[in-house]
Design a protein around this ligand. Sequence first.
Ligand code: F6R
Length: 613
Amino acid sequence: MCGIVGYIGKREAYPIVIKGLKRLEYRGYDSAGVALLNGDMRIYKTKGKVANLEELVGKSDVSAHIGMGHTRWATHGEPNDANAHPHLSDSGDLSIIHNGIIENYATLKEGLLQRGHKFSSDTDTEVLAHLIEDVMQNAKLSLADAVRASLKQVVGAYAIVILSKNHPEHVIAARKGSPLVVGIGSDRGEYFFASDATPIVEYTKKVVYLKDGEIAIVENQEMIIKSIDNVVQVPYVQELELNLEQLEKGGYEHFMLKEIYEQPKSIFDSYRGRFDAPTGTFHMRSLEEHADKLKDIKRLILIGCGTSWHAGLVGEYLFEDFARLPVEVEYASEFRYRNPVLYSDDLVVAISQSGETADTLAAMDLSKRKSATVFGVCNVVGSSIPRLSDAGAYTHAGPEIGVASTKAFTAQVTVLTLLALGIAKLRGTMSIQAISEVMKELEQIPAKIEKALKLNDEIVELSKLYKDSRNFLYLGRGYNFPVALEGALKLKEISYIHAEGYPAAEMKHGPIALIDAEMPVVVIATNSEHYEKVVSNIQEVKARKGRVIAVVSEGNKTLNSLVDHVIEVPETIEALSPLINTIPLQLLSYHIAVMRGCNVDQPRNLAKSVTVE
Ligand code: F6R
């Protein structure tokens, strides 16, 4: 949440910063702003999107070799011009951009007000600019030391970049809890700063992911990284695997549609090279290196938020069926504030696309403190979750830019399938032959998804019929109950239609009261051991005149006369059916949202990478 980008070097900073902000806009789009340092400090900022900022800047002189920008997801203070970043210190010397929350900002602000500081916004960030200046003046510290000393007073999370008019050629950046990457340019003294690598990859592949509590100080063309206690750190310079095409829409109207269509490939990339189906063998480093631990675990706890939590729910069925382990699935945001009973033979699996979700990170931290082993399933290489995990596996879905998660979900389910099979093998709960059969079927999934994507035109027609509905219900059983939840979440987040997902059998314990001729009910009724029971649930809906859209296995014509619409999807084994059944639901929400004129890639009030609690 909130995107930050900064540059120092020989190139013009403004185009780099603006382009970077566009790449980071998925992290928040309440306001945008830039600071450019070229003798004086020029600040342009406005409510709204980066496009509004560009309009504001218009033909102004933006030449500068040092600059930074911010795209905001509002926490403290409404989205308006004054609360937009960058924020200035009292004298106007320092400007700061920030992602995170300064929890003790009210106390700090009180002290600063008493010392005569005047504020021009309601944000927690502005407090930091004033505090650093206050420390610099009163304690007579250098800029870098004042930043360190100020950050020691701060409770909360931050990724910040600071520029100073009186210290041109300096850039200071720091992180705790919120992500920050530094790109090392080809020219001496060229550095890029950003919340993730997407604004940087075009210019350099050499990056350093700052660790919590580290401060990067660029001074006289050199960068040093120090701990908050002033100890010089040896940076770990990584090579980015990201490429530019992955960040473009590639001819699609929206990133979300592109990402839906990428799923045959992203699922393939998630399992590629990780097993040999004919022999039922695995080539997963995490399984090999942690085999002893994984063999002896007694319980699994899957944690995540939103769509990642839904993937965890699918995981519950997979781990129970394959590895015969007791499983709990927890919202990270609840788990972290409980006092959970954890043992050293528990495995906590943390699932996250971004790898930066604050609640998931806190839940992992708690689990580790309570001696459980933490396994991370994450999409973003180098993000915080893999770094905090004891073991883990990347999903390799490639960058997901649409705010609504699509390909990350199916990639997470794929990796959880492999992990469940791998642990089943270690525990001896499945025969090699049975493991091999699932692997072989998994290899068929990309082609089956290609086929499911051909339903697009049919789903466009269906969307026309239902785009004006005010409510939607999604029902599924077993492995497809989480798919119903995910279908409902996708629809509500991008089209703003109220939608609920339920286990089909639960309907009669309450939600059935909602059903009338106006209520579309999407029922996942693909072949499974619960199929007949799902058909009974459909009968119950039809008896109350509900309008049923049934997702069925290819060739099943038996529901045609009972329901209003049938979507036939390629058949697979039940354990892998979420991977396919999710596809038409993603397309349905996408098309309905587009027809309603919604911004599908940047839905209102949402942002990707939820780095605040
Ligand atoms: C929904 C969505 C969110 C995320 C959630 C967790 O489409 O994108 O619900 O799934 O914020 O994010 P990650 O997976 O990055 O931890």
